[in-house]
Design a protein around this ligand. Structure first.
Ligand code: AMP
Ligand code: ZN
Length: 136
C-alpha cells in the first residue's frame, strides 16, 4: 500500500470495493460496516486527510457528486431521507484519514433516536446491493 491509506488502496484498485459510482474526481462505494441499508462513502480519488486540507474546487466537485448519488439512492432504495456525515479527526470519530462523505439512507418518519452505529456487513448482500444501486 503506497501511503498506508486504505481508501487510496481502494481508489487505486489494490483493495476491492462494492462500487456504486466512479468518475475522474470521485469513487463511491458501500460501507462494509453500514449504519443502514445502502450506506455509501464518497471519496476523492486523490488523497486529502480531511475537510481542511481539501482544495475548494475538489470539495465543490465532491459535494455535487454527493447530491447526485444521494438522489439516485433515494430513487432506487426504500429511502425516505438520508444523512450526510463527514468526520474530521480522531476526536470526531474519523477512523480513515482520507476525506470522505457518508450518505446514510433513512426510512420511516424519524420518530425515535437516530443512531450512527456500524453493523457488520454481509458481503454477499453488499455485492448484490451495489449492483442494484450502481450508477451508469
Ligand atoms: P469514518 O469513521 O468517518 O472515518 O468512517 C470510515 C468508514 O469507512 C467506517 O464506517 C468503516 O466501516 C468504513 N470502511 C473502512 N474500511 C472500509 C473498506 N475497506 N470498504 C468500505 N468501507 C470501509
Ligand atoms: Zn488516501
Amino acid at each position: 500500500m503506497k501511503n498506508d491509506c486504505v481508501f487510496c488502496a481502494i481508489s487505486e484498485g489494490e483493495i476491492p470495493c462494492f462500487k456504486v459510482y466512479e468518475d475522474d474526481l470521485v469513487l463511491a462505494y458501500l460501507d462494509i460496516n453500514p449504519f443502514s441499508e445502502g450506506h455509501t462513502l464518497v471519496i476523492p480519488k486523490a488523497h486529502y486527510t480531511c475537510l481542511l486540507d481539501t482544495p475548494e474546487d475538489v470539495l465543490q466537485g465532491i459535494v455535487a457528486r454527493v447530491k447526485k448519488i444521494a438522489a439516485h439512492i433515494k430513487a432506487t432504495l426504500p429511502c425516505d431521507g438520508f444523512n450526510v456525515l463527514q468526520n474530521n479527526g480522531l476526536a470526531a470519530g474519523q477512523t480513515v484519514p482520507h476525506v470522505h462523505f457518508h450518505i446514510i439512507p433513512r426510512t420511516g418518519d424519524g420518530e425515535g433516536e437516530i443512531t450512527f452505529e456500524n453493523h457488520k456487513g454481509d458481503m454477499a448482500h453488499l455485492a448484490q446491493l451495489a449492483e442494484r444501486i450502481r450508477m451508469a
